[in-house]
Design a protein around this ligand. Structure first.
Ligand SMILES: [Zn+2]
Length: 160
């Protein structure tokens, strides 16, 4: 079972609303549109408020192995569109990393902040979705501790 294709939609961080129906009728520039899972809106909005508008913000829980509901690859991926200095956001919470490119031979430009975990469901008190939700919340809380104005200033200093 995989949850990859559930609830993937376009969210506009400028008017803080989902873009329904015909995207061409939406008034805000497309630079504000984020392909986002509904659980990821909090992260997208917080990053936008700091001057880092994501292109995509999605999570996946892909089941691995032979046993049902036991082994998962959990990912939370935020494509921030361009490389930023790691000093801007500083050290990320445990399990979160910057991904700036893929390994050869496929050379693709990548500008990602992501959480990746090979997770086993030992049947305690959390499901894969609850595990993901916890990581999303922790990253939101991490972003809350950042000073938005300081982040914006650092972005200006360290890009271009
Ligand atoms: Zn909008």
């Amino acid at each position: 079972m995989s949850y990859d294709e559930n609830n993937i939609n376009m969210f506009c961080v400028q008017c803080k609303d989902w873009i329904d129906g015909d995207w061409s009728e939406h008034g805000c520039p497309s630079g504000y549109w984020v392909v986002a899972d509904k659980e990821m809106v909090g992260i997208a909005e917080r990053l936008y408020s700091m001057g880092i508008t994501p292109m995509t913000a999605i999570w996946t829980a892909t089941e691995l192995g032979a046993w049902n509901d036991y082994e998962y690859q959990l990912t939370v991926k935020i494509d921030i569109g361009s490389r930023i200095s790691e000093a801007v956001l500083g050290e990320l919470p445990k399990g979160w990393h910057y991904f700036w490119s893929t390994a050869p031979p496929i050379k693709v430009d990548m500008h990602m902040i992501a959480y990746v975990e090979h997770w086993y469901n030992f049947g305690f008190d959390e499901s894969a979705e609850e595990r993901i939700a916890k990581q999303i919340k922790e990253f939101e809380e991490f972003l809350e501790t950042r000073d938005a104005e300081a982040v914006k200033a650092l972005l200006l200093l360290t890009t271009g």
